[in-house]
Design a protein around this ligand. Structure first.
Ligand code: KIV
Length: 296
Protein backbone atom coordinates (compact mmCIF):
# COMPACT_ATOMS: atom_id res chain seq x y z
CA UNK A 1 0.00 0.00 0.00
CA UNK A 2 1.31 3.46 -0.86
CA UNK A 3 2.23 5.53 2.17
CA UNK A 4 1.18 9.16 1.80
CA UNK A 5 3.62 11.21 3.83
CA UNK A 6 2.30 14.27 5.68
CA UNK A 7 5.45 16.12 4.65
CA UNK A 8 4.52 15.70 1.00
CA UNK A 9 0.81 16.35 1.46
CA UNK A 10 0.02 19.75 3.04
CA UNK A 11 -3.21 20.09 5.00
CA UNK A 12 -6.17 20.75 2.72
CA UNK A 13 -7.12 24.40 2.18
CA UNK A 14 -10.72 23.62 3.05
CA UNK A 15 -13.07 20.80 3.98
CA UNK A 16 -13.00 18.06 1.35
CA UNK A 17 -16.74 18.30 0.67
CA UNK A 18 -16.88 22.05 0.02
CA UNK A 19 -17.23 23.44 -3.51
CA UNK A 20 -14.30 23.52 -5.94
CA UNK A 21 -13.41 27.13 -5.21
CA UNK A 22 -12.03 28.48 -1.94
CA UNK A 23 -14.31 30.44 0.39
CA UNK A 24 -11.39 32.11 2.16
CA UNK A 25 -11.28 35.86 1.62
CA UNK A 26 -8.15 37.23 -0.05
CA UNK A 27 -7.83 40.23 2.26
CA UNK A 28 -7.59 39.34 5.90
CA UNK A 29 -8.32 35.70 5.12
CA UNK A 30 -5.51 33.52 3.84
CA UNK A 31 -2.43 34.09 6.00
CA UNK A 32 -0.95 30.70 6.85
CA UNK A 33 -0.21 29.54 3.32
CA UNK A 34 0.23 30.89 -0.19
CA UNK A 35 -2.74 32.24 -2.14
CA UNK A 36 -3.79 29.78 -4.86
CA UNK A 37 -5.73 30.03 -8.09
CA UNK A 38 -8.67 28.49 -6.23
CA UNK A 39 -8.70 31.48 -3.88
CA UNK A 40 -8.89 33.75 -6.94
CA UNK A 41 -11.81 31.72 -8.32
CA UNK A 42 -13.54 32.08 -4.95
CA UNK A 43 -12.97 35.85 -5.02
CA UNK A 44 -14.68 36.06 -8.43
CA UNK A 45 -17.67 34.13 -7.08
CA UNK A 46 -17.96 36.49 -4.09
CA UNK A 47 -17.34 39.61 -6.20
CA UNK A 48 -14.20 40.41 -4.16
CA UNK A 49 -11.84 42.66 -6.13
CA UNK A 50 -8.09 42.22 -5.72
CA UNK A 51 -4.84 43.94 -6.58
CA UNK A 52 -1.80 42.53 -8.35
CA UNK A 53 1.61 44.19 -8.61
CA UNK A 54 4.72 43.33 -10.55
CA UNK A 55 7.87 42.50 -8.58
CA UNK A 56 11.41 41.73 -9.72
CA UNK A 57 13.44 41.28 -6.52
CA UNK A 58 13.12 39.70 -3.09
CA UNK A 59 13.15 42.87 -0.98
CA UNK A 60 10.47 44.77 -2.91
CA UNK A 61 8.39 41.60 -3.12
CA UNK A 62 8.58 41.19 0.66
CA UNK A 63 7.19 44.72 1.14
CA UNK A 64 4.23 43.96 -1.13
CA UNK A 65 3.70 40.56 0.50
CA UNK A 66 3.65 42.13 3.97
CA UNK A 67 1.19 44.73 2.64
CA UNK A 68 -1.26 41.99 1.72
CA UNK A 69 -0.98 42.09 -2.07
CA UNK A 70 -2.24 38.59 -2.89
CA UNK A 71 -0.70 38.12 -6.35
CA UNK A 72 2.73 39.19 -7.61
CA UNK A 73 3.69 39.02 -11.27
CA UNK A 74 7.33 38.67 -12.23
CA UNK A 75 6.44 40.33 -15.51
CA UNK A 76 8.61 40.61 -18.57
CA UNK A 77 8.12 44.34 -17.96
CA UNK A 78 11.38 43.69 -16.05
CA UNK A 79 12.92 44.36 -19.47
CA UNK A 80 11.97 48.05 -19.34
CA UNK A 81 11.74 48.53 -15.56
CA UNK A 82 14.66 46.57 -14.18
CA UNK A 83 17.07 45.40 -16.86
CA UNK A 84 17.41 48.54 -18.99
CA UNK A 85 16.04 47.14 -22.27
CA UNK A 86 13.79 49.31 -24.44
CA UNK A 87 11.03 46.71 -24.74
CA UNK A 88 10.09 43.34 -23.24
CA UNK A 89 11.25 41.49 -26.36
CA UNK A 90 14.91 40.81 -25.37
CA UNK A 91 14.00 39.37 -21.92
CA UNK A 92 15.22 35.77 -21.57
CA UNK A 93 13.93 32.76 -19.64
CA UNK A 94 17.15 32.78 -17.58
CA UNK A 95 16.37 36.34 -16.47
CA UNK A 96 12.74 35.59 -15.57
CA UNK A 97 13.82 32.41 -13.75
CA UNK A 98 16.47 34.24 -11.70
CA UNK A 99 14.17 37.10 -10.69
CA UNK A 100 11.15 34.84 -10.09
CA UNK A 101 13.22 32.73 -7.69
CA UNK A 102 14.17 35.93 -5.81
CA UNK A 103 10.51 37.01 -5.58
CA UNK A 104 9.47 33.56 -4.33
CA UNK A 105 12.23 33.67 -1.70
CA UNK A 106 11.12 37.13 -0.58
CA UNK A 107 7.48 36.17 -0.05
CA UNK A 108 5.45 33.84 2.15
CA UNK A 109 1.87 34.41 1.11
CA UNK A 110 1.50 35.85 -2.38
CA UNK A 111 0.81 33.71 -5.41
CA UNK A 112 3.89 34.37 -7.58
CA UNK A 113 3.32 34.25 -11.34
CA UNK A 114 6.27 33.99 -13.74
CA UNK A 115 5.93 35.56 -17.19
CA UNK A 116 6.95 33.43 -20.16
CA UNK A 117 9.14 35.78 -22.21
CA UNK A 118 9.04 36.25 -25.98
CA UNK A 119 10.38 33.24 -27.89
CA UNK A 120 9.92 30.71 -25.08
CA UNK A 121 6.44 29.40 -25.98
CA UNK A 122 5.50 30.59 -29.48
CA UNK A 123 7.06 27.52 -31.18
CA UNK A 124 4.38 25.29 -29.69
CA UNK A 125 3.06 23.49 -26.64
CA UNK A 126 6.16 21.39 -26.03
CA UNK A 127 8.42 24.45 -25.95
CA UNK A 128 5.89 26.16 -23.66
CA UNK A 129 5.85 23.18 -21.31
CA UNK A 130 9.64 23.05 -21.18
CA UNK A 131 9.85 26.78 -20.36
CA UNK A 132 7.02 26.78 -17.82
CA UNK A 133 8.42 23.68 -16.13
CA UNK A 134 11.70 25.55 -15.57
CA UNK A 135 9.88 28.42 -13.90
CA UNK A 136 7.92 26.06 -11.66
CA UNK A 137 10.82 23.76 -10.74
CA UNK A 138 13.76 26.18 -10.57
CA UNK A 139 12.04 29.38 -9.42
CA UNK A 140 9.10 27.89 -7.52
CA UNK A 141 6.37 30.02 -9.13
CA UNK A 142 2.76 28.97 -8.59
CA UNK A 143 1.60 29.88 -12.10
CA UNK A 144 2.80 31.28 -15.42
CA UNK A 145 1.50 33.95 -17.79
CA UNK A 146 1.59 33.93 -21.56
CA UNK A 147 0.30 36.29 -24.23
CA UNK A 148 -2.45 35.43 -26.72
CA UNK A 149 -5.87 33.77 -26.65
CA UNK A 150 -6.69 31.54 -29.61
CA UNK A 151 -3.13 31.69 -30.90
CA UNK A 152 -1.81 30.25 -27.60
CA UNK A 153 -4.58 27.72 -27.09
CA UNK A 154 -2.54 24.50 -27.51
CA UNK A 155 0.11 25.90 -25.17
CA UNK A 156 -2.46 26.75 -22.49
CA UNK A 157 -4.15 23.37 -22.78
CA UNK A 158 -0.91 21.42 -22.42
CA UNK A 159 0.36 23.45 -19.46
CA UNK A 160 -2.96 23.14 -17.62
CA UNK A 161 -3.07 19.40 -18.36
CA UNK A 162 0.44 19.16 -16.90
CA UNK A 163 -0.72 20.89 -13.71
CA UNK A 164 0.64 24.37 -14.34
CA UNK A 165 -1.90 27.17 -13.81
CA UNK A 166 -1.93 29.64 -16.73
CA UNK A 167 -2.84 33.32 -16.78
CA UNK A 168 -3.59 34.57 -20.27
CA UNK A 169 -2.74 38.11 -21.48
CA UNK A 170 -4.97 39.81 -24.09
CA UNK A 171 -5.52 43.27 -25.59
CA UNK A 172 -2.21 45.04 -25.94
CA UNK A 173 0.38 42.29 -25.80
CA UNK A 174 3.79 44.01 -25.49
CA UNK A 175 5.73 41.06 -26.95
CA UNK A 176 3.99 41.91 -30.28
CA UNK A 177 5.04 45.57 -30.14
CA UNK A 178 6.76 45.25 -33.52
CA UNK A 179 3.46 44.41 -35.25
CA UNK A 180 0.94 45.99 -32.88
CA UNK A 181 2.60 49.14 -31.51
CA UNK A 182 1.39 50.54 -28.19
CA UNK A 183 -2.29 51.45 -28.74
CA UNK A 184 -5.71 50.66 -27.35
CA UNK A 185 -6.97 47.26 -28.60
CA UNK A 186 -10.53 46.02 -29.21
CA UNK A 187 -11.94 49.24 -30.64
CA UNK A 188 -14.61 48.62 -33.30
CA UNK A 189 -16.99 45.66 -33.57
CA UNK A 190 -14.64 43.24 -35.31
CA UNK A 191 -11.73 43.77 -32.89
CA UNK A 192 -14.08 43.68 -29.90
CA UNK A 193 -15.55 40.35 -31.03
CA UNK A 194 -12.08 38.94 -31.60
CA UNK A 195 -11.02 39.93 -28.09
CA UNK A 196 -14.14 38.36 -26.57
CA UNK A 197 -13.49 35.18 -28.59
CA UNK A 198 -9.88 35.13 -27.39
CA UNK A 199 -10.96 35.52 -23.77
CA UNK A 200 -13.45 32.68 -24.03
CA UNK A 201 -10.88 30.51 -25.81
CA UNK A 202 -8.38 31.10 -22.98
CA UNK A 203 -11.03 30.22 -20.41
CA UNK A 204 -12.07 27.07 -22.32
CA UNK A 205 -8.42 26.02 -22.57
CA UNK A 206 -8.25 26.15 -18.77
CA UNK A 207 -6.65 29.54 -18.03
CA UNK A 208 -7.40 30.65 -14.44
CA UNK A 209 -7.42 34.38 -15.24
CA UNK A 210 -7.07 36.81 -18.12
CA UNK A 211 -5.11 40.07 -18.16
CA UNK A 212 -6.79 42.76 -20.28
CA UNK A 213 -4.30 45.46 -21.23
CA UNK A 214 -5.31 48.76 -22.88
CA UNK A 215 -8.87 47.80 -23.73
CA UNK A 216 -11.94 50.11 -23.75
CA UNK A 217 -13.67 50.06 -20.35
CA UNK A 218 -17.04 48.90 -21.74
CA UNK A 219 -15.47 45.96 -23.58
CA UNK A 220 -13.42 44.90 -20.54
CA UNK A 221 -16.60 44.98 -18.44
CA UNK A 222 -18.41 42.85 -21.02
CA UNK A 223 -15.55 40.33 -21.09
CA UNK A 224 -15.60 40.27 -17.28
CA UNK A 225 -19.34 39.53 -17.23
CA UNK A 226 -18.96 36.82 -19.88
CA UNK A 227 -16.24 34.85 -18.09
CA UNK A 228 -16.36 32.76 -14.94
CA UNK A 229 -12.60 33.29 -14.45
CA UNK A 230 -11.27 36.64 -13.18
CA UNK A 231 -10.14 39.45 -15.47
CA UNK A 232 -7.17 41.56 -14.40
CA UNK A 233 -7.22 45.03 -15.95
CA UNK A 234 -4.40 47.40 -16.79
CA UNK A 235 -5.70 50.40 -18.69
CA UNK A 236 -9.03 48.56 -19.01
CA UNK A 237 -11.24 50.60 -16.68
CA UNK A 238 -13.02 49.73 -13.47
CA UNK A 239 -15.18 46.81 -14.58
CA UNK A 240 -12.50 44.11 -14.21
CA UNK A 241 -12.33 41.70 -11.27
CA UNK A 242 -8.76 42.75 -10.41
CA UNK A 243 -6.25 45.46 -11.31
CA UNK A 244 -2.53 45.22 -11.99
CA UNK A 245 0.08 47.96 -12.16
CA UNK A 246 3.82 47.86 -12.80
CA UNK A 247 5.31 48.65 -9.40
CA UNK A 248 7.93 51.13 -10.59
CA UNK A 249 5.17 53.12 -12.36
CA UNK A 250 2.72 53.24 -9.47
CA UNK A 251 5.45 54.09 -6.93
CA UNK A 252 6.75 56.95 -9.09
CA UNK A 253 10.18 55.41 -9.69
CA UNK A 254 9.92 55.20 -13.50
CA UNK A 255 11.13 58.34 -15.26
CA UNK A 256 9.26 60.21 -17.98
CA UNK A 257 5.59 60.62 -18.82
CA UNK A 258 3.27 57.93 -17.48
CA UNK A 259 0.40 56.47 -19.47
CA UNK A 260 -2.95 57.85 -18.24
CA UNK A 261 -4.02 54.53 -16.72
CA UNK A 262 -1.22 54.74 -14.13
CA UNK A 263 -2.04 56.26 -10.75
CA UNK A 264 1.11 57.22 -8.85
CA UNK A 265 0.83 56.37 -5.15
CA UNK A 266 4.31 57.59 -4.20
CA UNK A 267 7.19 59.65 -5.59
CA UNK A 268 10.11 57.27 -5.07
CA UNK A 269 12.25 58.79 -7.82
CA UNK A 270 12.44 62.15 -6.07
CA UNK A 271 12.69 60.57 -2.58
CA UNK A 272 15.63 58.41 -3.69
CA UNK A 273 17.25 61.20 -5.71
CA UNK A 274 17.06 63.58 -2.71
CA UNK A 275 18.54 60.93 -0.40
CA UNK A 276 21.40 60.17 -2.81
CA UNK A 277 22.21 63.89 -3.21
CA UNK A 278 22.14 64.43 0.57
CA UNK A 279 24.48 61.44 1.10
CA UNK A 280 26.93 62.78 -1.52
CA UNK A 281 26.81 66.23 0.04
CA UNK A 282 27.46 64.80 3.56
CA UNK A 283 30.45 62.85 2.25
CA UNK A 284 31.86 65.85 0.38
CA UNK A 285 31.36 68.08 3.41
CA UNK A 286 32.87 65.56 5.84
CA UNK A 287 29.68 65.27 7.96
CA UNK A 288 29.26 61.56 7.17
CA UNK A 289 30.36 59.37 8.80
CA UNK A 290 29.68 61.12 12.11
CA UNK A 291 31.19 59.85 15.41
CA UNK A 292 28.17 57.56 16.03
CA UNK A 293 28.86 55.70 12.78
CA UNK A 294 32.47 54.86 13.65
CA UNK A 295 34.02 51.92 15.57
CA UNK A 296 36.85 52.19 18.14
O1 KIV B 1 5.01 42.18 -17.80
C1 KIV B 1 4.14 42.75 -17.13
O2 KIV B 1 4.41 43.46 -16.16
C2 KIV B 1 2.76 42.56 -17.52
C3 KIV B 1 1.71 43.33 -16.79
C4 KIV B 1 1.72 44.73 -17.20
C5 KIV B 1 0.37 42.71 -16.94
O3 KIV B 1 2.49 41.81 -18.40
Amino acid sequence: MTQISAARTPAPEQAPHSSKTSTTSLYGGVTSRRVTVRDLAGAKERGEKWAMLTAYDAMTASVFDESGIPVLLVGDSMGNCHLGYETTVPVTLDEVTLLSAAVVRGTKRALVIGDLPFGTYQEGPVQALRSATRLVKEAGVGAVKLEGGERSLPQTELLVAAGIPVMSHLGLTPQSVNTMGYRVQGRGDEDAHRLLRDAKAAQDAGAFAVVLELVPEELAAEVTRSLHIPTVGIGAGSGCDAQVLVWTDMMGLTSGKMPRFVKQYAALRSVMGDAAREFASDVRGGTFPAPEHAFH
